[in-house]
Write a protein that binds this ligand. Sequence first.
Ligand code: PLP
Length: 406
Amino acid sequence: MYDVRKIRADFPILAREVNGKPLVYLDNGASAQKPQVVIDAMTRAYSQEYANVHRGLHYLSNLATEHYESTRGVIARFLNAGSEEEIVFTTGTTEGINLVSYAWAAPRLQPGDEIVLSIMEHHANIVPWHFLRERQGVVLKWVEVDANGDLDPQAVLEAIGPKTKLVAVTHMSNVLGTVVDVAAICRGAREKGVPVLVDGSQAAVHMPVDVQAIGCDFYAITGHKLYGPSGSGGIWIARERQAEMRPFLGGGDMIREVTRETITWADPPMKFEAGTPGIVQQIGLGVALDYLMGLGMADVAAHERSLRDYARDRLKGLNWLNVQGNSAGKGAIFSFTMEGAAHAHDISTILDKRGIAVRAGTHCAMPLMEHYGITASCRASFGLYNTVEEVDALVSALELAHDLFA
Ligand code: PLP
């Protein structure tokens, strides 16, 4: 039984006030709050169990290595990967996608080769591909979303041509909450022999993910949205693709042997992990994912579906609010503008005065902003600890903002 009151008690920050009001944290799409178990694990790691990993033979180094490495298995379970060797640690999705761009795509793609993207990608899944456009003449092909903000898998497959070498697509839009049928895209792309990279930054936070069932080649996640530490994360890379990749960063840990004349690489995943990593961050991420699996991702998803339905109904009642995207199966993420003069920044400032944290701006999705003909929006993004009372608080604060600006 999903008891949101009990769950809220796991997150100490939710008990605080902001501007004299109880905190209503609706900025989970940007970064989520941390449960006490994660904070405790990180404190313990620093205060009792800290040393550098992999290279030491002493007790603390072995202990830190054991805890750090155990997160690989936790991520593998969380994503239902076939093996923990398919998990490469990263500092987040941004690094994961840059890794694929640099280590897999750059050496393979020729001028005129194409990468298919949707218009609702986060900049983390756009800019690394623009680098390839600038540096080696790769062509970016954009697939539009429909009037509801849905991405038709068929439209993505139709964009694949003989020169397409990769499809890079989000599993859930960080602006619209749209959930993309990535399994359908992967099925069709596989028939055409084109690999698929899935940006799982948002989706993995809100629903069970099974990379084997999806059938993708790369699946990137970011720890700080998964109720874990900032600077933690991972990317699942299918073995077949790993075998095609050159290393990413050069340094300690990723080599087998270095001489004056030659270098040889360690086996994956170490081949893609150079230097001292975010040891304590990854330990914290393992604990966060265990916490999520303890709650049950299907139950988290069901709770957030009910919040979404309630919020959708309440926001529909505000006829001066324009909510971007209305996908039937979307997650509990609502981006909106207000009719009249109110800028997204002004709205968010008024909400903040009431203790309500939302995001305002372009949400690192400028091509999508352009698609909607807006320069900024406010975004309320819900997480596993939010309540219907917090939806009500959001709606009354929006009414207040509208009264002020109307
Ligand atoms: N992709 C999506 C859909 C996101 O929402 C975000 C974060 O906002 C990212 C990628 C980038 O994640 P990070 O900044 O943690 O690397």
